[in-house]
Design a protein around this ligand. Structure first.
Ligand code: MG
Length: 204
């Protein structure tokens, strides 16, 4: 794996082994069609996925409203004052995301979509070879991400979900719940999990 910049220089919450797995998945998927991520934040996962897409001359769609998830808001546990737009009085991770894309030279292979996941999905007709869900952790947000994008995954394509915790004492359950939903649908087979990154493959 050769990355254009050190992913540790990008703010975010993705472990290096999870990033490496995303890169490998995208490398194999990109031969079939474009990839898509939900919850780009400052672009850490984008560097891994986008680099693999770039090598295959493929595209990565990177969706984020860039107003932060629940836990990023002012006064919350993961609030980062550097990402607060004091004029709008809102979180804004887009400037930092764009800086990451420029630093990594990925602007020709990553298409940023600044919108909620459900809005972006409304007229979406392009089959996807990989969908990575790393958006909001409320039940409603995780469910909307799953229902919006899982049907767009092509046969043989991957669904990767971040922050999978089997036990409630280890972390929020919403990502794990959509992982279970995907399995229960009978449309996906379970592949090996990497740390908290759950990986499924769309069956034919
Ligand atoms: Mg995450």
């Amino acid at each position: 794996m050769r990355l254009p910049i050190d992913p540790d220089s990008v703010k975010g919450f993705l472990a290096p082994q999870e990033g490496a797995r995303l890169y490998e998945l995208a490398k194999s998927a990109a031969r079939l069609g474009p990839c898509l991520e939900v919850g780009s934040y400052c672009g850490k996962s984008t560097v891994y996925l986008g680099s693999a897409c770039c090598e295959a001359d493929q595209l990565l769609f990177a969706i984020d409203h860039h107003r932060g998830s629940e836990e990023h808001q002012l006064g919350e546990e993961y609030h980062d004052p550097d990402l607060f737009d004091a004029d709008a009085l809102k979180m804004d991770s887009f400037r930092e995301f764009r800086r990451t894309l420029d630093r990594a030279g990925l602007a020709d292979h990553v298409v940023p979509i600044v919108a909620t996941s459900a809005l972006a999905a409304r007229h979406w007709n392009t089959p996807l070879s990989l969908v990575f869900i790393d958006g909001g952790h409320s039940e409603a947000a995780a469910c909307a991400d799953y229902r919006s994008w899982a049907p767009k995954i092509m046969i043989g394509g991957y669904l990767a979900i971040h922050d999978i915790f089997e036990k409630p004492e280890d972390g929020g359950q919403a990502p794990y719940n959509i992982y279970q939903l995907a399995l229960a649908s009978g449309l996906f087979e379970e592949l090996t999990t990497t740390h908290t990154l759950g990986v499924l493959r769309r069956l034919g």
